[in-house]
Design a protein around this ligand. Structure first.
Ligand SMILES: *[C@@H]1O[C@H](CO)[C@@H](O)[C@H](O)[C@H]1NC(C)=O
Ligand SMILES: *[C@@H]1O[C@H](CO)[C@@H](O)[C@H](O)[C@H]1NC(C)=O
Ligand SMILES: *[C@@H]1O[C@H](CO)[C@@H](O)[C@H](O)[C@H]1NC(C)=O
Ligand SMILES: *[C@@H]1O[C@H](CO)[C@@H](O)[C@H](O)[C@H]1NC(C)=O
Length: 560
């Protein structure tokens, strides 16, 4: 989408003008909101090669993504080896994929090259199997080192054929030449990646009216000790895994080369991962920053954002942190990713905040991210210390109540629903006894042994980094109370996990830990959270009593 001061010229004049003035135009990316996409079962980019085995799943996942997140854009990684294996097949796959995305109103930015993760080992005949705990264990750098021996020009047909084929296609948003080129690593990264990035920028630009972009930032590597001082990107292609977001001082606004036409945060933050010492730019802090930019006349633009790396909780295993070890337990809350394969969001609160940011439609009955209790111009992470009872001002009848909480050592966190002086539903999370229970009138009606979970319940002193954030969600609807605690990827696969090229396996809606039906339900009442022994809330929200995923035609069917 081009933006400019065009006044009253006719479309024909505009067309001519835009040819002459092209470089003076800025590119408005603000409506590009999404994340990297690969199907949940895939472990790396090779799903594009095995498209026939994946397309049914892609067609099932993408409408679920739209429903839960309202995303408008995907960032999708291609691979040079997939192109050279069969150029025509890659392009027909891209065409079919774009068609599925278009049906859900999602447009795509494609990435050609990437220096991250494995530089050898891509075998298109033998998909890489993920290892539990290892983040992006199967991700394949593009090109692989062996391909680089062919020299830079070898890759020209890959870039030019793809760009030529889709240049006029409105389903494509941008061409991204290189993700995170390792410009200071030795050959065949280093100068090879730099030379490839520079050449490919020219190859794409020669054919394309669409934005051609590249990492890092302004693609100016002078500061990294190399001499690439020309900007091989039209947008400041920024990555950030930290907060605060710093308002208009964010790196995405940098324009030292004077060649930036705008900016796009192609990797915008991640959650606060268990065992690490800070929030990595979690979705609610990101949305807070974007909302403030929208209202700030001093902001040069509002950037598009690809949030928390990846859409689907997938076999990429990026639910674990970069530093994850083989056989680590499932995380209590995924580090990256937004949607479990059944279509249920990792966080209903984040999903609704993202939908609200994109569509302007506010579905929250109650929302508090505790970020702005005192002025927070940088959108730094903040949370509420549960020294006193927290009582959101809301009378609850039916709703989906969700919070991220960090209980202190041996603490008991209690969430009261439809609460009054007489009675309430009380969900108690006991970090000492490792139990989750639901009671009414002081009598336990259902309980769950939290030690039976692979992820467990994470509790302990925040200063000593003993505990971490956990996710607690309750659906109160009529006479039924369902409770989820730390939902995990394997929970939706009752028999076995689906793997690349593996057999079809059954899937189910994310199962609650507690599912209680009350013959004489409480009518309505207040909400209250307390933490005996201490604890923190990262956010608290109430949404209408709607689950995503469970009502999809895919429920209970075979998932291949
Ligand atoms: C990179 O540097 C090596 C020497 O370290 C040289 O042999 C090679 O030709 C260079 N490649 C490119 C693409 O500049
Ligand atoms: C960068 O360029 C300068 C002079 O133009 C040269 O002295 C220096 O060796 C170059 N550095 C690299 C890493 O190529
Ligand atoms: C970057 O700087 C150039 C030169 O000052 C300016 O023309 C251009 O508008 C700037 N880009 C953005 C996105 O502000
Ligand atoms: C809870 O689960 C753990 C792990 O599965 C088990 O060792 C323990 O005995 C269980 N506790 C109770 C009270 O059932």
């Amino acid at each position: 989408m081009m933006r400019g001061q065009l006044g009253h010229f006719s479309p024909a004049v505009l067309l001519v003008l835009s040819c002459f003035l092209g470089s003076a135009f800025s590119i408005d990316t603000s409506a590009w909101v999404g994340a990297e996409y690969q199907p949940a079962r895939s472990s790396n980019q090779d799903w594009l090669y095995h498209w026939d085995g994946y397309k049914e799943e892609v067609a099932r996942e993408i409408p679920m993504i739209k429903q839960a997140l309202s995303f408008t854009a995907f960032r999708v990684f291609l691979h040079s080896a997939i192109y050279f294996a069969s150029p025509e097949r890659l392009m027909s796959t891209m065409d079919e994929f774009l068609e599925i995305c278009q049906r859900s109103g999602i447009r795509v930015g494609f990435v050609f090259f990437d220096d991250c993760w494995s530089h050898e080992g891509l075998d298109l005949q033998k998909p890489c199997q993920p290892t539990k705990g290892l983040h992006n264990h199967c991700w394949m750098a593009s090109p692989q080192d062996a391909e680089r021996l062919n020299g830079v020009d070898h890759f020209k047909p890959y870039v030019q054929e793809v760009v030529r084929r889709f240049q006029g296609d409105s389903r494509v948003l941008w061409w991204e030449i290189f993700n995170e080129p390792h410009v200071t690593d030795p050959y065949p990264q280093g100068n090879f990646s730099e030379a490839l990035r520079a050449a490919a920028f020219g190859w794409a630009k020669a054919l394309s009216e669409k934005p051609v972009i590249s990492c890092w930032n302004e693609a100016d590597d002078t500061a990294r000790g190399t001499n690439t001082s020309n900007a091989y990107t039209e947008l400041n292609d920024a990555h950030q895994y930290a907060q605060p977001w710093n308002g208009i001082s964010n790196a995405v606004f940098k324009n030292d080369t004077g060649k930036m036409k705008g900016g796009l945060v192609t990797e915008a933050g991640a959650r606060w991962y268990q065992g690490t010492n800070s929030d990595a730019g979690s979705p609610l802090t990101l949305i807070d920053w974007l909302k403030k930019l929208r209202k700030n006349p001093a902001a040069k633009f509002v950037p598009g954002v690809m949030i928390d790396w990846e859409v689907m909780v997938s076999n990429s295993n990026t639910r674990w942190h970069w530093g994850g070890q083989a056989q680590d337990q499932e995380p209590a809350i995924p580090w990256h990713q937004h949607l479990f394969p059944d279509g249920s969001p990792v966080s209903y609160t984040e999903a609704a905040a993202i939908r609200r940011y994109i569509t302007g439609k506010d579905e929250f009955l109650y929302f508090n991210d505790f970020l702005n209790d005192v002025p927070n111009p940088g959108s730094a992470e903040r949370f509420l210390r549960l020294d006193a009872p927290f009582r959101p001002e809301l009378t609850l009848k039916d709703g989906l109540v969700e919070m991220a909480l960090w209980p202190d050592t041996a603490a008991t966190v209690r969430l009261k629903l439809r609460h009054s002086a007489e009675d309430s539903y009380e969900i108690a999370l006991d970090a000492d006894k490792k139990t989750l229970s639901l009671s009414r009138g002081g009598k336990v009606r259902a309980s769950f042994n939290v030690s039976s979970l692979d992820c467990g319940l994470l509790s302990g002193g925040m200063k000593e980094l003993k505990g971490a954030w956990n996710l607690l969600r309750a659906l109160v609807d009529g006479n039924r109370v369902q409770v989820w605690l730390n939902p995990m990827y394997p929970d939706v696969f009752p028999e076995t996990l689906p793997v690349p090229s593996g057999p079809r396996v059954p899937i189910r809606a994310m199962p609650p830990r507690i599912d209680f039906e009350d013959p004489e339900p409480l009518k309505e009442g207040g909400l209250e959270v307390t933490a005996e022994g201490g604890g923190f809330l990262d956010y608290f929200s109430v949404l209408p009593p709607v689950l995503y995923g469970s009502d999809w035609p895919g429920r209970g069917v075979l998932y291949s």
